[in-house]
Design a protein around this ligand. Structure first.
Ligand SMILES: Cc1cc2nc3c(=O)[nH]c(=O)nc-3n(C[C@H](O)[C@H](O)[C@H](O)COP(=O)(O)OP(=O)(O)OC[C@H]3O[C@@H](n4cnc5c(N)ncnc54)[C@H](O)[C@@H]3O)c2cc1C
Length: 432
């Protein structure tokens, strides 16, 4: 029998567990350890609450989660509650699937003023992540800026624009639902350093902006290259650009506006003790397609700035790390003897949920080849449980999580807003 610890219960963690079961059959026992008391990583705390069909992908992981040989060990922060060296002494292989939960900092003057918020925090706030429950983003202002030209920027702009009625069927957390309902924001500027052809926004998510009840996208036709150049784009990107071109022709007079500011590079954020305006330099594309400043600047008055400029994996003591790329140093998922990584912790923060699947399968095959299915004299699960018990760490199991989920569903049926972190806190304090 072989024993594997997977650190992180997001998509990469569960795909790896599924793949290990296929590769090693009944000869493997898997502990999926997560710092959160609930599983599924960004599916729960990242994917937008109004995208329920995407969030439903977690159901696919339940078969693995409920199988006899897989255990969820929640509420355990690896690196604090237990070290990698200790885990190496207990398990035959360790897979780091810790994602990339930290915002990349906005490295410009004023980037640390109150009112400037990273997307991990902002998205965590509206998704009920306990770390960000007290965030209180300033929504009493009339304009917000969202920095970035990817799908996360679109999520943030859309959530800031929706009416309460448009959140029907979502699982947005109650505090965010109320605060967004009272929001004074009317203008949302989405800033991208380059142009419409360089966006990293997918067609479905972009197209949604054309159908919002109270908000209309605004795009300047002067920002586009000649239409004939669209033929050179790959089909998905061409669809996205077509949406943007259509937005230039929308004549919707709606109370909220989502402005696409292309060729716009943030230079500094100014304000008296808090963000009040952002200074932006106009850019143009150089020969290599990179943005370069033109020297021409303009200001956008705004009290909320959400940065959607990428994420990084927090280092863990004892694990080699690539500072410049913000991820664990690895060669095709292998970090070193018995230590592997998958998902965003391996590749950096790119790709969709499904992109993490091949990672898991590749690493499971490597583990199967490296450690095989027989033997094993490690102290395994009892060893981990003893260690955590000695340290007073309160493990949360998959059954505990199912009770939280059932309580959430019951509240949703009653029409009560969801307060996910409150349910989590209630459960933990009842056990103390
Ligand atoms: C805002 C946002 C919206 C997105 N929307 C979509 C979408 O609509 N569709 C789509 O396909 N993709 C979407 N994605 C991308 C998708 O979420 C990622 O591809 C995927 O979640 C990455 O999986 P992962 O398992 O590597 O990391 P994660 O999902 O982040 O999981 C990592 C897990 O590791 C745990 N962990 C971290 N450190 C430790 C530690 N030291 N000890 C113990 N546990 C730890 C975390 O608590 C977490 O549960 C979105 C991403 C973001 C940020």
């Amino acid at each position: 029998m072989r024993h594997v610890a997977i650190i992180g219960s997001g998509p990469a963690g569960y795909y790896s567990a599924e793949a290990l079961q296929k590769a090693l059959g009944g000869e493997v026992r898997i502990d999926i350890i997560d710092r959160m008391p609930v599983p599924y990583g960004l599916i729960r705390f990242g994917v937008a609450p109004d995208h329920q069909s995407i969030k439903a992908v977690y159901k696919r992981y339940e078969k693995v989660a409920l199988s006899d040989h897989v255990r969820f060990v929640g509420n355990v922060l690896v690196g604090r509650d237990v070290s990698i060296d200790e885990l190496k002494g207990l398990y035959d292989a360790i897979i780091l699937a810790t994602g990339a939960p930290g915002d990349r900092p906005l490295d410009i003057p004023g980037g640390d003023l109150p009112g400037v918020i990273g997307s991990a925090a902002f998205v965590g706030w509206y998704n009920g992540h306990p770390d960000f429950a007290a965030l209180a983003p300033p929504l009493d202002v009339t304009a917000a800026v969202v920095i970035g030209n990817g799908n996360v920027a679109l999520d943030v702009a859309r959530i800031l624009s929706k009416t309460p009625a448009e959140f029907a069927g979502s699982d947005i957390v109650g505090h965010a639902f109320s605060a967004l309902g009272d929001s004074a924001i009317r203008d949302i500027h989405v800033l991208g350093r380059r142009g419409p052809h360089q966006i990293a926004m997918t067609p479905k998510e972009l197209g949604e902006l054309g159908h919002l009840e109270n908000a209309a996208p605004k795009v300047d036709p002067a920002d586009f290259p000649p239409e004939i150049d669209d033929a050179l784009l790959e089909p998905g990107q061409r669809k996205s650009v077509t949406h943007l071109r259509n937005f230039t022709m929308l004549d919707a007079a709606k109370p909220k506006r989502i402005h696409f500011d292309f060729f716009a590079m943030p230079v500094r954020i100014e304000g008296d003790g808090k963000a009040e305006r952002i200074v932006v330099e106009k850019t143009e594309l150089d020969d290599k397609g990179s943005a370069r400043g033109t020297g021409e600047t303009y200001e956008i008055p705004c009290g909320l700035i959400v940065t959607c400029i990428g994420y990084q994996t927090p280092p863990i003591e004892g694990v080699p790390y690539e500072n410049d790329r913000g991820r664990f140093a690895n060669s095709e998922g292998v970090i070193g003897d018995g230590l592997y990584c998958v998902g965003w912790a391996r590749r950096g923060p790119t790709g969709t949920i499904g992109t993490n699947r091949p990672d898991g399968y590749e690493v499971a095959d490597k583990i199967a080849a490296d450690i095989g299915g027989a033997g094993g004299r490690k102290k395994r699960r009892p060893g981990l449980d003893r260690l955590l018990d000695e340290r007073g760490v309160d493990i949360v199991t998959f059954r505990d999580w199912q009770r939280i989920e059932a309580a959430e569903a019951a509240r949703a049926r009653e029409g009560s807003p969801r307060e996910k972190f409150i349910l989590i806190e209630e459960m933990l304090s009842a056990r103390r």
